[in-house]
Design a binder for this molecule. Structure first.
Ligand SMILES: Cc1ncc(C[n+]2csc(CCOP(=O)(O)OP(=O)(O)O)c2C)c(N)n1
Length: 328
């Protein structure tokens, strides 16, 4: 597991901001589940359980850096500056949806130039070589930016993953690869995907640094990511971080994890909620009170509800625009 140095620690204010983004992501996630149950929204690919590593990794890069994340990346996008209203426009597939103009499942496939988020795709691992390409371009241009690329454990079984990481390693590109390892690719457990106990063990095969961290531990995750970003900026090439987390919900709202996980395991997963864990950490330090923590969540729950009601009233895309920006 990663060790923390003082330089890799955030301040109280920064940790409270990370906590806020996690609560914001949970509020949107919970609201989407409700909207799907009510038949008002089509789909949720839940980020519950991923929020800790998502805010930690994304806060470790700066506005000049690039984010090439996987499709389950709500909290990452919020850290980059995506608003709750923008997210809800995507949920309702409205004309002004800034992610895909209503053409894709919420957050499933998009790029957002202003936030320097590129090449989100549902084609598993396809964005890994693209992240290497973004970093290669930045290096050739002498930009000094770092590219953060995130993916699940299942993605590491894909050829695209190998090609992307190997290219980044060979060219010593400034990339931080973060595996949000929830130990499932839909219903396939990680033991049927690989024999190595850690995804980070694969780093040795590429000659790059590999780090295993508890992805439900926000300060430890932040420290590991900060160190990897610093390594990339020093020109020492990529790092592969294996952040162990628990998926709290089914793969998506189209899936029922009870069919392959069992209630006991699902109950165990709930005990690894990173929001609960991080709140306790903040409470122990007296950096937040229980009442303040509850108020933060309640405020974002209300904002998510208001954002949904507002977005639902916005104009739908017009039929004439159906083929706009559709290339094939
Ligand atoms: C190339 C490709 N193969 C299969 C799928 C179907 N699929 C969608 S998500 C997924 C699981 C990916 O699991 P993982 O990478 O661990 O990420 P997670 O969804 O658990 O966060 C699969 C197999 C796909 N979208 N793309």
């Amino acid at each position: 597991m990663a060790t923390t140095t003082a330089a890799d620690k955030a301040t109280r204010e920064e940790y409270l901001q990370l906590h806020g983004w996690m609560c914001m992501a949970k509020a949107l996630d919970d609201r989407m589940h409700m909207l799907v149950k009510q038949g008002r929204a089509p789909f949720v690919g839940s980020s519950r359980g991923h929020e800790g590593i998502q805010v930690a990794s994304t806060a470790a890069i700066g506005p000049e850096d690039w984010l090439v994340p996987h499709y389950r990346a709500l909290a990452n996008a919020l850290v980059r500056g995506l608003t709750m209203k923008e997210w809800m426009l995507a949920v309702f597939a409205k004309a002004d949806d800034p992610l895909s103009a209503g053409r894709n499942i919420p957050g499933g496939s998009y790029s957002y130039r202003r936030l320097k988020i590129a090449s989100v795709s549902q084609v598993v691992a396809s964005w890994v070589p693209k992240a290497a390409g973004v970093a290669y371009a930045a290096k050739l241009r002498g930009e000094g930016s770092v590219t953060l690329c995130t993916f699940g454990d299942g993605a590491t079984s894909q050829g695209d993953f190998h090609e992307g990481v190997n290219f980044a390693a060979t060219h010593r590109l400034p990339v931080v690869f973060v595996c949000e390892n929830n130990s499932y690719a839909i219903s396939v457990p990680i033991r049927l995907q690989m024999l190595n106990p850690n995804v980070a063990d694969r780093a040795a095969g590429y000659g790059i640094a590999g780090v295993t961290v508890d992805g439900t531990d926000v300060p430890a995750s932040y420290a590991a990511c900060k160190e990897a970003v610093a390594r990339a900026r020093r020109g020492e090439g990529p790092t592969l971080i294996d952040a162990k987390i628990w998926r709290l919900n089914s793969h998506t709202s189209e899936d029922n994890h009870l069919k392959y996980r069992g209630q006991e395991e699902i109950d165990e997963a709930a005990r690894h909620d990173p929001i609960k864990r991080f709140t306790e950490w903040l409470l122990e330090r007296r950096w937040i009170t229980a009442e303040e923590a509850a108020n933060v969540q309640a405020r974002y729950d209300q904002e998510a509800s208001d954002a949904a009601d507002w977005a639902e009233q916005q104009p739908d895309p017009s039929p004439e625009d159906t083929l706009k920006n559709v290339f094939a």
